[in-house]
Ligand binder design. Sequence first.
Ligand SMILES: [Zn+2]
Length: 211
Amino acid sequence: MPLKILGSGRPMRLFVAGLHGNEWKDTSSILENIEAPKTGTLAVIPLVNKENYISTLDDNYFIDIGQKIITAIEELEPEVYIELHSYSAENQTKLTDPERINRVGVPAFSQLDNDVLLGSVVPYIRKKYFPMEALCLTFEIQKGNPDSKKCTALLIDRVKELSSKEEFIKFMLQRYPEQAKKVIEDYKNFYGLQNEDLPYLQDQYMTENKK
Ligand SMILES: [Zn+2]
């Protein structure tokens, strides 16, 4: 499945779906049907692999079946990188459990509307292939839940217009203020940052925090 390029110029965004196993069933069509952003470029890989299920937390994922993602990242150097995954309802509690960081070494997902989950991407590619300023997100759609899929498609359509982490934080603070705080905290913890390292948050998030 080739890489599809929509639009032109920067900012560059790369969205990928169907990363492993049967997840393509709930995710690939969203990227197959997406339209070009108003500014810059959107590159999409609607289907990475449907033969095997290897977790993206397994470092072998990106040197094996996910290799085409790495090739695309190196070629395009995207400012925004998004993975679309799907999960079974019975795993929801595990994925959103605050203890997930201690269990598997990655932060819990935040729950948005319609059982859509939001998280970052695995530390392996976040640190190795992206600068700190890049926006890297994972959306998890609940399997077999049409509302969850529809909600994700709408969110993705909105997020494809964003060009930076700052814009995303603004969007989150407006639309999902509670979840936004967790996303910001996770990001700060991951890079060992302090509040003063994120000046663009001073007027919005920080004043919000003092309330
Ligand atoms: Zn997945």
